[in-house]
Design a protein around this ligand. Sequence first.
Ligand code: OOG
Ligand code: NI
Length: 460
Amino acid sequence: MTTPAPGHVSPDAIRTLFAQAMSTMYRTEVPLYGTLMTLVTETNAEALAADPALAGRLQRSDALDRLDAERHGAIRVGSARELGILRRMFAVMGMRPVGYYDLSVAGVPVHSTAFRPVEAQALARNPFRVFTSLLRLELVEDPDLRRRAADVLDRREIFTPAALDLIAQAERDGGLGEADARRFVAEALETFRWHGEATVSQAEYRALHDAHRLIADVVCFPGPHINHLTPRTLDIDAAQAAMRAHGIAAKAVIEGPPRRHCPILLRQTSFKALEEAVRFPAADGRSHDDDSGTHTARFGEIEQRGLALTPKGRALYDRLLTEARDAGGAGSTGDDYATRLQAAFAAFPDDDDTLRREGLGYYRYALTDAGHADPTAVAGRSPDAAIAAGLVTADPIVYEDFLPVSAAGIFQSNLGGGEQRAYAAQANRDAFEEALGTAVHDEFAIYAGLERDSLAALGF
Ligand code: OOG
Ligand code: NI
């Protein structure tokens, strides 16, 4: 899949072009994101200078080269058709749907997946991911409002005609040539652009907004504007401090696990969504001066990624996180949350050797210089014995996915207080996959495959 047919550009190259184009566009649309990028580049350079071992580890896991280009974004779409076509659009860039996230349990009427590359080589080239949510209109209680929202969504087209043609062409020919790949990126970008003009009247916007601010965000605009882009930081506490020092309104709590010696999964924080000017068409279809208003949706986020956990490690993470949040019935707020989190996670081993031996995380095995010098010495040993003999290293495999509790926290912080709704509905993975047109990939199977391949390459 990463080797293109003759005359075709690799999907990895198209993804890289697209990620760059998105970053440039978002920097223009939300200048604060540019400031955030600069802060992250600076704190990453400081983290690498302070910890040479970290640089070596990232180099061996292919993470150093991709660091500056690495980021994720998020969008929210309104219908099965939109999600199904997005799946095909992302496939042109080598991005597959991985994982299913039910956010209704957290009071957000969406369910989601992440489009991202899945193969080791593709991840090493550019791991760009897009967290993609589908609105669950069935969770809107008022049947009349639900029907009006569905009508608005049915009438809109979020893809340009040329983008639709190029997707079909790529599917038919098994890829795109250089010029078409560039056209594809330019056309695809249009789907994710911000539009300052709503497609419904201010009154209709209000009605949808009152049902849930997120419903208004998805339904009232011509397209699923990218709502944030997130660079990867090597030290999120330092980056968060730098945000504050620059007067950026950072979220109070960093989502995810606490600060640790061996980072696991994903830690995230964001700055508050901006209030942006919006023009609403009047009932007569024409725009009037008094039909201007505002909308808050778009923000900036930073993340620190660590070790991908096995199902056993993930179960421990989920248990300890619940413990920390439930302690004293205070949830994830309160001044003592960081302390509660640290206390709960004292039970999570914090050295790579124990994490690996206890099967809590996934590792990539590779020969050391000594191992390269004498590959036969590796034969006949177990991986543990080869590591003990200094012939083999095991480096953490980076977590490429998302965390539902954290994602809910990011959604919530940008929806303002009091936006919590209690949705009785359950996860509906079948409906999501039907809309998507395929099953989502299982993230654990992908990490296990990466680990297994690294062992097999050494003859284990
Ligand atoms: C997506 C929020 C989830 C993350 O990093 O967990 C997310 C959204 O607000 O649309 O991006
Ligand atoms: Ni995000």
